[in-house]
Design a protein around this ligand. Structure first.
Ligand SMILES: Cc1cc2nc3c(=O)[nH]c(=O)nc-3n(C[C@H](O)[C@H](O)[C@H](O)COP(=O)(O)OP(=O)(O)OC[C@H]3O[C@@H](n4cnc5c(N)ncnc54)[C@H](O)[C@@H]3O)c2cc1C
Length: 530
């Protein structure tokens, strides 16, 4: 990295000072997950003035809890949803190109234990290849028994018939979110984490901005904006309700949350470089075992939920389902005591909406709804398609006349912060984390104090300093859950690292860092329900 390309610092006092400046933004975004960050970046690149507020940390909601797949969605193909798959395959290519340090191709193998399974699933996967066209990452292959064993050396061999190998991608979701935030900031957008939207400002029936509160100081601000985007994930309905109340209209909920559980175990359980896909579990679902950052992610589930917990709890039957299904395929069946971390995310599944006058569900996967007052709500979709969703949101804003004619989107080819020059060697995302995840900012990282001082496995003192200086980190959890993924990989190791991380953060941020809240969180991630 050259001197001139030094990254922006994320000094909080300066961010709050900017938040207090009286001005009218073109766009205010509520929610700093994949969706909101994607919208902020797209808008900033079009030359709009943008502010984004996130009530917790960037990606603390659903966007740090994905299965980490950049995928076209083989499942949607089985449902005949061809245009959706084609769009996601296009987005897969874009993401792999724009952030190769954080998103990479990954080979998957579906082992078959009956003669008909390989042709049955293989034909569908060949259609997947055909749809990908030039965006394909590698051709689907039918594997004999020996090759299947080579790719997945630790799967059960008895009655193994063969397998099918295909390609998709994987990524580091939380780090990608941070890179999106930083890339938007580099384009002039103001993004503030730990700043909750507490109200909407209406004038003569039109939305004119929002009220927000700095969660650290309790200080409130009114932000004026020509257009407000509600990208609050599973929490969008609370803001829609506020908007409805102001115009005396009742709003029906749009989101039906569904939770997904992941268990993390050591790499010994799934050796080799390939992910395992179980196309049909005992109850007809899909299960993945994915090598990621030196461990293996097993998951996921799909359980409807009524509540919207910030840290949803796994149910005992979800854990049992994942362990039982894994045991049907892995030679060494993972037991409860082998689980290093358990984490749960809430999918923002969208109900059809036709309730707000000109508001209407417009897509099968994600939905953009514009209310009478002009609140633009976007939810649903998946991480892989965040960029296309953002483009759609800006398109709907223009269509609804909320902002004057906009420049075209340029996110398709805009490489994200840290993206190394094309073709330069990258370490696989399935390998243990390290400086490679910083892409071409690794040199800057190496120059920070403590570059060779380890505070936890694969976490250096310099990485903690980098998180505080350039990546908006405010707490131990921010560092150990999202800048570094140790909490998601090994909850006990993360708890052990907490005091050292606290000491470095105290130096960097000049504020106390109590360890108790993080230790309680790590206890939850390290404990399975009885
Ligand atoms: C189990 C599971 C597995 C998945 N796996 C994959 C996968 O492998 N690949 C893939 O492509 N997709 C996957 N997805 C989907 C993907 O993770 C989601 O579609 C995506 O993360 C949703 O992002 P979001 O920004 O809409 O929501 P969120 O990430 O939840 O962001 C919304 C943000 O809004 C904030 N917020 C809420 N209220 C306020 C307020 N009043 N003021 C300010 N901020 C507020 C929240 O704190 C939150 O950070 C998975 C999802 C789940 C649940």
């Amino acid at each position: 990295m050259s001197e001139t390309a030094l990254p922006q610092t994320t000094d909080r006092a300066r961010l709050i000072e900017r938040l207090a400046e009286p001005r009218t933004y073109d766009l205010a975004v509520i929610g700093g997950g994949a969706t909101g960050l994607g919208v902020a970046l797209d808008a900033a690149l079009r030359g709009l003035s943008v502010v984004l507020v996130e009530s917790h940390d960037f990606a603390q909601g659903t966007s740090s809890r994905a299965t980490k797949l950049v995928h076209g969605g083989v499942r949607y193909l089985a449902q005949g949803n061809v245009s959706l798959v084609r769009e996601a395959l296009h987005e897969r290519t874009t993401l792999l190109h724009n952030a190769p340090h954080l998103a990479q191709p990954l080979p998957f193998v579906m082992p078959s234990y009956h003669w008909w399974e390989s042709p049955f699933y293989g034909i569908g996967l060949m259609m997947y290849d055909a749809l990908a066209g030039k965006a394909g990452l590698g051709a689907t292959e039918f594997l004999g028994k020996a090759r299947t064993r080579e790719c997945l050396p630790t799967i059960i061999q008895e009655h193994l018939w063969g397998g099918v190998k295909y390609w998709d991608g994987q990524f580091d979701d939380a780090r990608l979110a941070l890179v999106l935030a930083r890339t938007a900031a580099a384009q002039g957008a103001l993004l503030v984490n730990y700043c909750k939207a507490t109200g909407l400002v209406h004038e003569a029936g039109r939305l004119a901005g929002l009220r927000c509160e700095d969660q650290e100081s309790g200080r409130s601000f009114e932000l004026r904006a020509r257009c407000v985007v509600n990208a609050a994930g599973v929490w969008v309905d609370a803001l829609r309700e506020l908007d409805g109340q102001a115009s005396g209209r009742a709003t029906k909920p749009m989101v039906a949350p569904s939770q997904g559980v992941h268990l993390v175990v050591d790499r010994d359980f799934l050796q080799g470089d390939h992910a395992l896909l179980v196309p049909k579990t005992a109850d007809g679902r899909v299960l993945f075992a994915v090598p990621w950052l030196g461990k293996v992610i097993l998951g996921t589930t799909d359980t409807p939920r009524e509540d919207l917990a910030r840290e949803p709890e796994p149910f005992a039957d979800e854990v049992a389902f994942i362990l039982d299904e894994s045991a049907r395929y892995l030679q060494r069946a993972p037991r409860r005591e082998d689980v290093r971390s358990v984490w749960v995310g809430l999918r923002p599944l969208v109900k059809p909406v036709e309730d707000d006058g000109n508001t209407k569900g417009i897509s099968r996967e994600h939905t953009v709804a514009v209310s009478k007052s002009g609140l633009v709500t976007v939810t649903g979709g998946k991480w892989t398609t965040y960029r296309a969703m953002a483009e759609d949101v800006l398109g709907k804003i223009q269509q609804a006349g909320l902002l004057p004619k906009l420049a075209a989107s340029s996110t398709d080819h805009h490489r994200l912060i840290g993206a190394p020059v094309p073709g330069s060697a990258t370490v696989r995302l399935s390998d243990a984390p390290g400086a490679h995840l910083y892409g071409d900012e690794a040199a800057l990282l190496a120059g920070l104090p403590g570059a060779d001082v380890l505070v936890a496995p694969n976490l250096t003192e310099a990485m903690v300093r980098f998180a505080a200086r350039y990546e908006y980190a405010r707490s131990i959890e921010d560092v150990l859950a999202r800048r570094n993924r140790l909490l998601f990989l090994d909850a006990r190791a993360a708890a052990a690292a907490a005091p050292a991380v606290a000491r470095i953060l105290e130096q960097e941020l000049g504020m106390p860092q109590p360890t108790a809240p993080f230790l309680a969180l790590a206890e939850r991630y390290g404990t399975l329900p009885a």
